[in-house]
Design a protein around this ligand. Structure first.
Ligand SMILES: C[S@@+](CC[C@H](N)C(=O)[O-])C[C@H]1O[C@@H](n2cnc3c(N)ncnc32)[C@H](O)[C@@H]1O
Length: 224
């Protein structure tokens, strides 16, 4: 796949796949979107105790970085175990070009960002005290074969249904739901009606939330 680095409207960069005409983040602002969808409507709502996070898919690692930034701001009081799946890892030269560490002012941001990308797959790595990352280089549909503890927070960050419709249908949401604890929260930038309906079918309590810049709505779903 031919990927190129592009700058989004808030000045932060993203990857763009020309063949698919699809970006890894919103063109209105990659950083703003990550903070709005995954921190404001995700991490902030669940991080009042130790939590397990599952991300589909890991990609550039921007969601990991916004999570670490907020975790540190909140005093890193409780442990975070972050699990992430990715089938098409980003390349070292893309990581350098994205330059995401420059978006954050926490200590050792560059070192932590590098370590997150360079650490071994399928092995838990302590990225900083109380924050653990385990990445799996695999297809999302292998989720049933991946051991992990009950998940409290899901960052559902797949490419859009226009390009990967199978990732927005029941089989994948079923596999994700199986991994989640009761009262676990799934957050996604998508506002698709069909996605909300099938999450309800899978016994989630579904809430529409205002979307990030450039998007009217997004979705939160709480497992019952
Ligand atoms: C919208 S991008 C978001 C990535 C990431 N959250 C970020 O902030 O950069 C979707 C990611 O899913 C990955 N992906 C696509 N299909 C996949 C599959 N079937 N299994 C695992 N990963 C997949 C892509 O390679 C890409 O990294």
């Amino acid at each position: 796949m031919n990927r190129e680095v592009k700058t989004t409207e808030d000045g932060s960069k993203t990857l763009f796949i020309n063949e698919m005409n699809e970006g890894y983040h919103s063109s209105h602002g990659a950083l703003q979107e990550a903070i709005h969808v995954f921190i404001k409507n995700g991490f902030n709502l669940k991080y009042n105790c130790g939590i397990n996070i599952l991300e589909l898919g890991f990609g550039t690692g921007l969601n990991l970085m916004v999570t670490i930034s907020d975790f540190l701001e909140k005093g890193s009081l409780f442990p975070v175990h972050y699990f992430a799946l990715e089938k098409y890892p980003v390349l070292p030269k893309e990581i350098t070009e994205l330059n995401y560490a420059s978006l954050f002012d926490f200590e050792n941001a560059e070192k932590i960002y590098r370590k997150a990308h360079e650490c071994e797959w399928s092995t838990e790595t302590e990225l900083l005290p109380n924050f653990f990352l385990t990445k799996f280089e695999t297809d999302f549909f292998q989720l049933r074969n991946i051991p992990m503890p009950g998940i409290d927070l899901v960052y559902f960050d797949c490419f859009g249904a226009r390009v990967q419709p199978d990732l927005w249908e029941k089989p994948l949401f079923e596999r994700v739901a199986e991994k989640m604890n009761k009262e676990g929260l799934l957050t996604t930038y998508s506002s698709k009606g069909s996605v909300r309906r099938l999450l309800k079918e899978l016994d989630f309590l579904v809430e529409k939330k205002p979307g990030p810049p450039g998007k009217r709505e997004m979705t939160n779903a709480i497992k019952q």
